[in-house]
Design a binder for this molecule. Structure first.
Ligand code: SIN
Length: 309
């Protein structure tokens, strides 16, 4: 039996008649109706559960925990051989990476979605669902990590990125990550009701340091700096970062480019007590840092472990 966990997204979207078809509403159809409208599922051992019903731009860490609980329940069921998660494409890479870090390796878990709504005359969702189901059905039990399946391609959760805002080929691999293996389930023992707040702050010409102070006031326990180039901290940010650190906030250098940010290269990370992202992009680094803070990793564990996750 394969369990389908639905969370909404364009794959369950329908056109907004009032816009003359220019716009659509994500997460409009319940999963039973979505699957009921599809060909090619007859006789397949499937069951479906509506876990969430969201446009994935509105997915919050609290929703990740709800989905994690539903996926754990499914995987613990001896009748279930694997899970397909239907998800909006906008934050699919974040949810996939969160689940990659928090689910034990073993039974296959594959996220899929669609770039076109379910009532589009050439909707891509049905083909993606059929292919994800086939992938789960043929995967072996020793699966290493969560995958994303979109438009004929399977991607590892760590490497996948939505690289284009439109088009069926919206998903890609982060440069330099092909073939790299990063074991799944580092935080499979996670038992929490909430996750610590970690904010991503963008670096750009003239980016104001006030964003840092505001983040501390808003309750951030960690800041991932999505900096220019090799993770270059604006001079104008230094005093505010030191204030944030004095208030107990963890500071991590990442890059808005796809290249790595290496420890003590281009900045005195040891002297400033900053962490570095390695080749993890900012949104995924945020997830890794949230989990590291949630389970109480030491500073040394964060220095050594975060870029490897
Ligand atoms: C969403 O992410 O829920 C909307 C966009 C999409 O699924 O393509």
């Amino acid at each position: 039996m394969i369990r389908i966990l639905a969370t909404g997204g364009t794959i369950a979207g329908t056109a907004d008649a009032a816009s003359g078809g220019l716009r659509y509403r994500a997460a409009a159809l319940p999963v039973a109706q979505l699957l009921g409208n599809m060909d090619g599922l007859d006789g397949l051992p499937l069951e479906a559960e509506q876990v969430l019903s969201l446009d994935s731009k509105d997915m919050r860490p609290a929703d990740w925990l709800v989905l994690l609980a539903a996926t754990r329940r499914a995987l613990q069921d001896p009748q279930v051989s694997g899970v397909v998660i239907l998800h909006g494409t906008d934050t699919m890479e974040e949810t996939a990476y969160f689940l990659h870090l928090t689910l034990p390796p073993g039974k296959p878990v594959i996220l899929t979605g669609a770039m076109r709504p379910a009532d589009h005359p050439a909707a891509d969702g049905p083909a993606n669902i059929r292919a994800a189901l086939a992938l789960v059905a043929t995967a072996n039990e020793g699966q290493q990590g969560v995958q994303v399946f979109m438009n004929g391609q399977a991607f590892a959760a760590r490497e996948v990125v939505k690289a284009r805002s439109t088009g069926l080929d919206a998903f890609d691999r982060l440069p330099g990550q092909a073939g790299a293996t990063h074991p799944a389930g580092h935080f499979a023992a996670l038992q929490v009701d909430t996750l610590p707040e970690v904010f991503v702050l963008p670096g750009y010409a003239g980016a104001p340091a006030e964003l840092i102070d505001a983040s501390v006031v808003a309750g951030a326990r960690g800041l991932v700096l999505a900096l220019t180039g090799h993770g270059s901290v604006p001079t104008a940010w230094e005093a505010a970062l030191a204030r944030a650190q004095a208030a107990g906030v963890v500071v991590l250098r990442a890059s808005r480019c796809s290249g790595p940010v290496s420890r003590n290269a281009n900045a005195d990370d040891d002297g400033r007590d900053w962490l570095t992202a390695g080749d993890l992009p900012p949104a995924k680094t945020r997830i890794a840092l949230m989990l590291a803070l949630a389970v109480g990793w030491s500073r040394q564990q964060m220095i050594d472990g975060l870029p490897q996750l």
